[in-house]
Write a new protein. Structure first.
Ligand SMILES: NC(=O)c1ccc[n+]([C@@H]2O[C@H](COP(=O)([O-])OP(=O)(O)OC[C@H]3O[C@@H](n4cnc5c(N)ncnc54)[C@H](O)[C@@H]3O)[C@@H](O)[C@H]2O)c1
Length: 261
């Protein structure tokens, strides 16, 4: 019996927007790896992304392995898109118990260079989008008898790392904790993962070569893979973590634990 047998999961940002890594024929990002691993663990997966093409690539990969998946376009900037993504999941698969919010963007610079528009966009995508998805998913989880949410935050929530990025991820952490407390009575758990130094599409796109050199700061002396982050996500979705809610699970090779000397 697989860990997510009989479950239905909705994932936002389930495509992968960036170049393939070494040895990959298809680019694997954090969202795509999470979607594929959920399917391998027995879940039916609704893959959403602002790009229908990228979502469809993920759904095709899942179906090619014999899993159940559907793709649809949903931009988390739009409340209507988030509401429709939840409704479409229930229409297609009959219920919704699990939600993974993987969407996250990086724009802007430091305090003096970041514009008001960049600040607002970061908050709208990285925090408000997750708020919309949870707002519409939670009633369906209640109807299904319970559920679990994993929001993809960042180690940047705990360190100064971009004036808006870290602030948006810290806001996401407390938003998630609040949902965990408010909906524990409904049998719904909500947690975040806080990755850093994962060799995923967002890092390859934004950092290129610099992302592998940055691992000098990582005690484990390497980057993580999207599959390692996906394992943490599946753990928080499945019943093995049934007494864990309101936590932020750091997945960073020990980076946050160290004091750079
Ligand atoms: N790789 C790391 O080391 C690292 C570290 C910290 C946090 N993260 C987090 O990981 C997540 C993304 O990782 P990834 O590798 O999957 O990145 P990615 O850039 O490939 O993003 C995944 C998908 O999100 C979609 N997307 C972007 N904006 C959207 C929107 N407004 N609505 C719907 N979909 C949208 C993209 O089209 C893409 O297909 C983010 O939340 C990011 O903050 C990664």
């Amino acid at each position: 019996m697989a860990r997510l047998d009989g479950k239905v999961v909705l994932i936002s940002g389930g495509g992968a927007d960036g170049p393939p890594g070494p040895g990959e024929t298809v680019a694997i990002g954090n969202g795509r790896a999470a979607a594929i691993l959920c399917a391998r663990e027995g879940a039916s997966v609704m893959v959403t992304d602002r790009s229908l093409d990228l979502a469809a690539q993920t759904a095709d990969l899942i179906r090619a392995e014999g899993g159940a998946a559907e793709a649809m376009a949903a931009d988390v900037l739009s409340e209507a898109n988030c509401r429709d993504a939840v409704a479409a999941t229930v229409r297609r698969f009959g219920k919704l118990q699990l939600l993974v919010n993987n969407v996250g963007i990086v724009v802007g610079g430091n305090l003096l260079t970041t514009t008001a528009e960049q600040f607002d966009l970061m908050m709208a995508v990285n925090v408000r989008g997750h708020f919309f998805m949870m707002k519409y998913a939670v009633p369906e989880m209640k109807a299904a008898g319970g559920g679990a949410i994993v929001n993809v935050s960042s180690a940047a929530a705990a360190r100064g790392a971009g004036v808006t990025y870290g602030a948006s991820k810290a806001a996401l952490n407390i938003l998630t904790r609040t949902v965990a407390v408010e909906h524990a009575r409904d049998g719904i758990r909500a947690n975040t993962v806080m990755p850093a130094y994962i060799d995923s599409t967002i890092n390859r796109r934004l950092m290129g070569d610099r992302s592998s050199r940055a691992t000098l700061q990582v005690p484990l002396k390497r980057q993580g893979t999207p599959w390692e982050l996906a394992e943490a996500i599946v753990f928080l979705l499945c019943d093995q973590s049934s007494f864990i809610t309101g936590v932020d699970l750091i997945v960073d090779g020990g980076a946050l634990a160290t004091y750079p000397m």
